[in-house]
Design a protein around this ligand. Structure first.
Ligand code: HAM
Length: 420
């Protein structure tokens, strides 16, 4: 029986990795001028790091975490997202004491036991960024601007929309919560079982339920924006103003509630209409209470994470070609001495960065040239015993099908011209 991968976990095959690297490099190149440094955190944490951060009544914590009992009986969880681990590291290494502002980015695989479908996996990749230490709306605007610059750098900005909302803070959230309870209580019988429970435990979570009946009712529920306190209103206005200053376009979507509990004030999602149901390609917001929740000093923070699998799907759809691996040169050889010469020539060419392929054995010239053709090589070097004895080889231009005989020593000196 053939070995199989686990459902919801994908291989990223060599034909796609060039594109993945391109996207990852664009993220890095976009983040570094903003002063973000990379942090690498473990893929497992104590379960309580996620439970305390994301909230006990979120879908992720209730249904989707990969949680195991370790050999010492501690409960550990494969990270379902990166923010909780980054905050844990921020607190553990007392980063607040080193600098009043800390900017970190990270990338890697996240794990959620969701129902797999196109764009939604159980093992998926995120690149995220977190900015610690500023309560000011300029920080929210900076993080959003940086995210939008990434979409610009990858040529995707025309396919995505930035949606913004504010969830308020500890002053105005309770007022909104009351309004939500008032609205849903008479409708309780039509809510799904989970939401009937949420009405008591965490009513705002109802707004994030994917059950069609709950979703339909949520559409007419009171908007948080109507209940914001003055401070939150001013904060939100200033975020919008700053985005306008740099020409970042957005729409207001009062339905954004986010699936994780740590957010307050600004929240945002980047969506696309090209990927069907899994339309969110990035999301984030402010979370001023989380550092304290994980045992650090009260420290405001704001961040986002991008769903790289979805971004790659979108990129493939909108820029289908240009990411194929290219072979510069194929060396075909005939005879034992020619094989040895080819091997040393390939070694020298690769050392100067020319992507060179050759046949390992003693195949016929015809079959080697067939392989050269299939590899997409732009040139083939053909070395036969007779040519070798004269210090020559034949250069074949694979596109033009033209050939010329050249001096082996000469070609070594000018070989860099074959590098694409
Ligand atoms: P999130 O909205 O849960 O936020 O995930 C961010 C992005 O990860 C989503 O917009 C989506 O593109 C991608 N994603 C999520 N789940 C899946 C999945 N099952 N398959 C494929 N892609 C997925 C967070 O994770 C927060 N930590 C973001 C954040 C950072 N907020 C503040 N800082």
């Amino acid at each position: 029986m053939k070995a199989k991968s686990i459902r919801g976990f994908n291989d990223i095959l060599p034909e796609d990795t060039t594109r993945w690297c391109y996207v990852e490099e664009k993220a890095k190149a976009t983040f570094e001028p903003y002063g973000f440094s990379e942090i690498r955190i473990p893929i497992v944490e104590f379960t309580e790091v996620f439970v305390r951060s994301l909230g006990t009544s979120t879908d992720v914590v209730e249904k989707e975490m990969y949680t195991f009992t370790d050999r010492d009986n501690s409960s550990i969880t494969l990270r379902p997202e990166g923010t909780a681990g980054v905050v844990r590291a921020y607190v553990e290494h007392s980063m607040h004491a080193k600098s009043s502002i800390t900017k970190l980015y990270y990338s890697g695989m996240m794990f959620r036991h969701e129902r797999p479908q196109k764009g939604r996996y159980r093992g998926f990749y995120q690149i995220g960024a977190e900015l610690f230490g500023s309560i000011y709306p300029t920080a929210d605007a900076e993080i959003i601007t940086m995210l939008m610059s990434f979409f610009e750098a990858t040529g995707l900005s025309q396919y995505v929309t930035l949606e913004l909302n504010s969830l308020g803070d500890e002053n105005c959230k309770p007022r909104h919560k009351e309004k939500i309870i008032e609205y849903f209580t008479p409708l309780k019988g039509d809510l799904c079982e989970d939401c009937q429970r949420r009405l008591k435990t965490n009513p705002l979570r109802i707004l994030d339920c994917k059950n069609p009946s709950c979703e339909a009712m949520a559409r007419n529920s009171p908007s948080m924006l109507e209940n914001l306190c003055d401070e939150c209103k001013n904060h939100f206005e200033a975020v919008k103003e700053n985005l306008n200053v740099v020409g970042v376009q957005f729409t207001i979507n009062p339905r954004i509630v986010r699936g994780l509990d740590y957010y307050n004030r600004t929240v945002f999602e980047i969506t696309t209409d090209r990927l069907g149901a899994q339309n969110a390609v990035a999301a984030g917001g402010r979370y001023d209470g989380l550092v304290k929740e994980l045992g650090g000093p009260k420290t405001p923070a704001v961040g986002f994470a991008m769903g790289i699998d979805r971004i790659i799907l979108l990129h493939k759809l909108t820029a289908p070609s240009g990411f194929e691996k290219e072979v510069d040169l194929f060396i075909a050889h005939l005879g034992k001495e020619a094989l040895k010469k080819s091997f040393s020539l390939a070694y020298e060419l690769r050392r100067i960065g020319v992507h060179t392929e050759m046949d390992y054995g003693a195949k016929s010239l015809k079959s080697q040239l067939r392989r050269a053709d299939k590899s997409g090589a732009k040139y083939a070097f053909i070395i036969g015993e007779d040519e070798l004895s004269r210090g020559k080889l034949t250069v074949r231009d694979m596109r033009k099908s033209s050939e010329e005989e050249v001096d082996i020593e000469e070609i070594c000196k000018s070989a860099v011209k074959y590098k694409s």
